[in-house]
Write a protein that binds this ligand. Structure first.
Ligand SMILES: [Zn+2]
Length: 331
């Protein structure tokens, strides 16, 4: 929805950032002003299966349409800032590889969009963007050192140390989802075994529920999934667990256990003030977070536990959009 009156007022004061969250199924675009208000937004399908050229074409025409509907010319923008899942080469503005975008290898998306619109363009990892969003406008406001885990089909991470997003030496760091938890564990999409993502993401939760039912486990999930266990999702497991289904509760406890182990490692290394859980699986709230807190209190270095809170994210799906905008404003 476009708030025309706001656009006209805000434009007088400060040029907005065009913030874009490029996901596997949809591209979410928003105009964000310096106060972190989303003054207009629009989404369109990504069309990821059609490959890089088609997606870039779709993205460019999406930007053009959105700007023209908002009556803003590219030069009226502060910047364009894009958040994408995957390994991002920050220095060169490359999408090295992305789990959501098949066929994307070393695509210089930042330069492509800059060349087209001639506006300063930024590209960052979507979980890093979500961390910045939660830090500036969400659960982490006013703190110094926080870690944000985005739990969805995969697990993304963002680390903020003394108010600054931590990037590695060559690419976006904080691949918390690929922290190895169990060297004999299930295979991960990255090729390794027993990564946190392979044990505790939404995909892992659904897979574990399906496997238990196939081995004869009794659960209301079969009915929830319309008699087809293969259609079980993490959201269904959450629903069944809330109603007291014991198989669903066990599956969530198992994911929480591994998340807890992952967070123990993070606490012992970074000693953050807060660990924030976002993404679709964080909707499970205390059903997931309480057992995580329990594991941490049992296994983390004791001094770390006392000073760290484990909380749910506040910004929902807007964390990435707002964080990408903040990133551009800070440069
Ligand atoms: Zn992995």
């Amino acid at each position: 929805m476009i708030k025309w009156y706001l656009i006209k007022e805000i434009r007088k004061i400060e040029p907005p950032v065009l913030s874009i969250d490029i996901g596997g199924t949809k591209i979410a675009m928003a105009l964000v002003n310096g106060r972190g208000d989303i003054i207009a937004r629009k989404t369109r399908p990504t069309l990821a299966s059609r490959g890089p050229e088609a997606v870039i074409e779709n993205l460019s025409s999406g930007i053009e349409d959105f700007l023209s509907e908002s009556e803003i010319r590219p030069e009226g923008l502060n910047a364009i800032s894009m958040a994408v899942a995957g390994v991002i080469d920050m220095k060169r503005g490359l999408i090295t590889v992305s789990p959501n975008l098949p066929g994307w290898n070393n695509i210089p998306l930042r330069k492509i969009i800059y060349d087209k619109f001639k506006i300063t363009t930024f590209l960052l990892n979507d979980a890093d963007a979500a961390a910045l969003g939660e830090y500036f406008y969400g659960a982490g406001q006013g703190l110094n050192t926080i870690i944000v885990l985005t739990l969805g089909t995969g697990i993304g991470g963002g680390i903020i140390i003394n108010g600054k997003l931590y990037f590695g030496h060559s690419v976006s760091a904080a691949e918390i989802g690929h922290m190895v938890i169990d060297t004999n564990g299930p295979k991960c999409a990255c090729g390794n075994r027993g990564c946190l993502e392979a044990l505790a993401s939404g995909t892992a939760v659904a897979r574990e529920a399906i496997s238990r039912i196939r081995r004869g486990g009794q659960s209301s999930l079969v009915e929830i999934a319309g008699g087809k266990p293969e259609n079980i999702t993490a959201e269904m497991v959450h629903r069944a667990a809330k109603e007291g289904d014991s198989l669903a509760c066990e599956v969530i406890d198992r994911a929480a256990y591994y998340l807890g182990i992952g967070v123990v490692n993070l606490l012992n290394i970074f000693n953050p003030e807060m660990v924030i859980f976002g993404g679709s699986m964080a909707q499970m709230g205390d059903l997931l977070l309480q057992p995580v807190r329990q594991i941490i209190s049992e296994k983390a270095y004791p001094h770390m536990v006392k000073s760290t809170s484990i909380v749910q994210a506040r910004l929902g799906n807007d964390a990435g959009i707002l964080g990408a905008a903040v990133y551009a404003m800070e440069q």
